[in-house]
Design a protein around this ligand. Structure first.
Ligand code: NIG
Ligand code: FE
Length: 396
């Protein structure tokens, strides 16, 4: 069985084809359909067999904080002992602690970390990864991470979409001068990043310990002026009206959404913004799960991603996040699959090239040793991916 995951229909429509075949040339899909109807011109070409396994589009992890220095396992223990994520952040831990460790890391250390993690993701069936900055938070350190991501794009086969998250939190040296930090983002960093084509998107963390709605609007408007698409971290720890801002700004995605109001959900549906469900972060922080089913019923396309980072989601296992989006957020396995493929591609502006097995798209596919999609998510095992194809080449 092959799940093509074309856009038509609802979140649950993954458009399966039995006994399927795919033909591609130069990494681009030319034909997909039942094996019995493969056009004659493709008969004598090189053939790869999926050995009766299930084939899905290469998975798209549309929300990661891939590049960072150091881990925070001690904070994991502190939270288990009852100290909250925000209390840890206010006491100098959390994001700012990773900022300190990232600023100390060399280009090579950061690149090695990214290459190692992305290699492991590819073995899970992931072929496209969004990578955010946001642990540098100074001109020097943000630019360093962006340059590392540029090398990462060249050094391994997965597609990498880069998001500038200079507005993750206000770094300590600007604590009493937040306006000056926002000026640094808007007047210096965004223009330079856009000019050097170092990022495609601009993201802001809207939260009490991070940025306000008005600050986020200013930063995203500047990003848009310089051609960067908008993404937002919103309503993660409380309803901060961030979903409505995402709709107003015509963001490509609004991510987290644990506490989004009914009005926020309606606004996302109306504006066609993809809602990104991040169950690993919800699970690790013990938050209330984002009601994904409610979003789907309201007409919001829901993507599923890992949010891989050293604090709230220290795992890059996208199939695990998909399984949790079923058990915690109420998606069906088919809906989770469309969320980690087509809608995830939409959330990073890649829908025309990735996210489904269709003519004209990249031949990015994952081969799974499972009976069907329900079996994959239900009988959850360490890694059921037995083959990852990127631009038509078997990679793992
Ligand atoms: O997406 N919410 C903000 N940022 C990350 C967490 C970052 C961290 O804890 O280091 C997130 O959950
Ligand atoms: Fe995040």
């Amino acid at each position: 069985m092959l799940a093509s995951c074309r856009a038509e229909g609802s979140q649950a429509d993954i458009h399966p084809i039995r006994d399927a075949a795919v033909a591609w040339k130069d990494g681009v899909i030319k034909w997909v359909g039942p094996e019995s109807r493969v056009p004659a011109q493709y008969h004598s070409q090189q053939i790869y067999s999926a050995g009766g396994c299930v084939v899905v589009p290469g998975l798209v992890d549309c929300h990661t904080h891939l590049g960072f220095g150091g881990w925070r396992a001690d904070e994991f223990e502190q939270r288990l002992r009852g100290v909250s994520y925000l209390e840890i952040a206010r006491a100098g831990g959390g994001i700012n602690r990773t900022v300190a460790q990232t600023r100390e890391a060399s280009d090579e250390t950061l690149l090695d970390h990214c290459l190692q993690k992305i290699g492991a993701m590819i073995r899970l069936g992931v072929t496209t990864v969004e990578c955010k900055t946001g642990y540098g938070l100074s001109e020097e350190s943000e630019m360093q991470m962006l340059r590392v991501y540029r090398r990462l794009r060249e050094r391994q086969p997965a597609d990498v979409a880069v998001t500038f998250l200079g507005a993750h939190v206000v770094p300590p040296e600007f604590e009493s001068a937040r306006g000056a930090y926002i000026d640094l983002l808007c007047d210096t960093l965004i223009p330079v990043i856009a000019e050097q084509h170092l990022a495609e998107f601009c993201d802001v963390f809207v939260e009490d310990t991070a940025f306000s709605i008005q600050e986020a609007r200013t930063i995203l408007e500047t990003g848009q002026k310089y051609g960067l698409g908008s993404k937002l971290h919103v309503d993660q720890l409380r309803d901060g009206a961030g979903a409505s801002l995402a709709a107003e700004m015509k963001a490509v995605s609004a991510d987290h959404l644990e506490y989004t109001s009914e009005a926020g959900i309606a606004a996302l549906a109306e504006a066609g913004v993809v809602g990104v469900c991040l169950p690993l972060a919800t699970l690790y922080l013990g938050q209330q799960p984002m009601p994904a089913r409610k979003f789907v019923e309201a007409g919001v396309p829901i993507a599923v991603a890992t949010d891989f980072n050293p604090g709230s989601a220290p795992s890059y296992d996208l199939p695990l996040a998909m399984m949790l989006s079923c058990t915690m957020n109420g998606l069906t396995p088919a809906e989770a699959l469309k969320g980690a493929t087509l809608f995830a591609a939409r959330a990073i502006g890649r829908e025309s090239v990735a996210g489904s097995i269709e003519e004209g798209k990249r031949a990015d596919m994952a081969v799974l040793d499972v009976k069907d999609i329900n079996d994959w998510m239900y009988h959850f095992r360490p890694n059921m991916c037995v083959g990852t194809y990127i631009r038509g080449l078997p990679i793992a």
